[in-house]
Design a binder for this molecule. Sequence first.
Ligand SMILES: O=C(N[C@@H](O)C(=O)O)c1ccccc1
Length: 331
Amino acid sequence: EEVLDQGAHLVEVSDWPEADLQLGQVSGLALNSNGDLIIFHRGDHIWGINSFNLNGIYQQKDLGPIQQSTIMVVDPVKGKVLKASGRNMFYMPHGITTDKDDNYWVTDVALHQVFKLSSDGKDRQLLVLGEAFEPGSDKKHFCQPTDVAVDPVTGNVYVSDGYCNSRILKFSPEGKYISHWGAGSSDRKRRASFLIPHSLTFLPDKQELCVADRDHGRIQCFMADTGEFVKEIKKEQFGGEVFAIAYSPVQGGLIYAVNGVPRDGQVAPLQGFAISYSSKEILDSFSPDAQEFKLPHDIVVTADGNVFVGDAASDSVMKFEPSQKQHQQPL
Ligand SMILES: O=C(N[C@@H](O)C(=O)O)c1ccccc1
C-alpha cells in the first residue's frame, strides 16, 4: 500500500549533532524525563563474527571492559554532550532505556546481564540480573539479552532475551522473576515464538508491550500484564527484518520502526517507518538524505515528534524532524 499522504514527513536534520560525539558502534538510544538523548555505544569494542562462539560465550574477555564513556547524555537540540559515564563497566553494550525515575536500564550481550544504574553520573548498580559472562535460560540467566522496557505505572521490568534465548521475561520492580513467554514457556495461551526479540517498547496508554521480532521481520504486541498476544504488524516494506521500535501515544498511538538487511541479502531499502498502531498503516517512511542507513539499530521518538536513529555500523546518531508535506518542494 502507498505511504498515506497525510500529516508530516520526517526529514533529517543534517546539521545535527553540532559536535563530533566520538561514538563507537551505537547500540542503544533512550530519552530521559528532561527530553535529553541518552546514547549507549561500544567505544572501541566491535561486535564482529569472532566476538562470540556458537554457545553465545563472549570470546574477547581479555580485552577488559570498554574504557571510554559508553553512556552519553546529549542535548536534543544541538547535540552537545551534557554528561558522559559508563566507563570500565561494559564489554558489549546493547539496549538502554530509562524508567520514570530516570534510572538507566541497560543490557550487555557479552556479560549476559541487565543493570539498573543511577543516572547521577556515578552509574551506581541499583540492580543486576543475570550472571556475568554466563549465558543460560533459567530464571536467573539470560543469553545475549537485547533490551529492557519498564512499565511506568507498575514498575514491572520486561527483558527481551535475546539473541540465543527467544523469550520475553517479566520481573517485579525489585527484580523478582514473575513470568516469561516465547521459547521455553509451557503456557499454551502465550504460544509466542521469536527469532531474536531485539527491541522493546512499552505502550503506557494501552498497558501493552511491543517487541521487534527481528528475524521474523515483524512487530508483535502483548498485554503487559498477562503476556497475551494482542496484534502483529508485518509489512513488505520491512524486507524481513525489524531491528528496533519506539512508541508515541499521539494520534491514537504511533509505532516507529527501523528495518534491517536479512541474512540472505537486501530485499528492501533501509528506512524508518511511522505506523498507526490502530490501522497498522505506514503513515510515513524516512531515511537520511546525506549518508545511507547502514545498520539502523535503535530508535526513539520525542514528545514533540522528533526521531533519533542510532546506527551500529556508521557509529552515528541521526536526527529527523517532522516537516509538513504540503511545503515540500514541487517535484
Ligand atoms: O547482530 C549482530 N550485530 C548487531 O545486532 C549488533 O551489533 O548489536 C551481529 C551478528 C553476528 C555477527 C556480527 C554482528
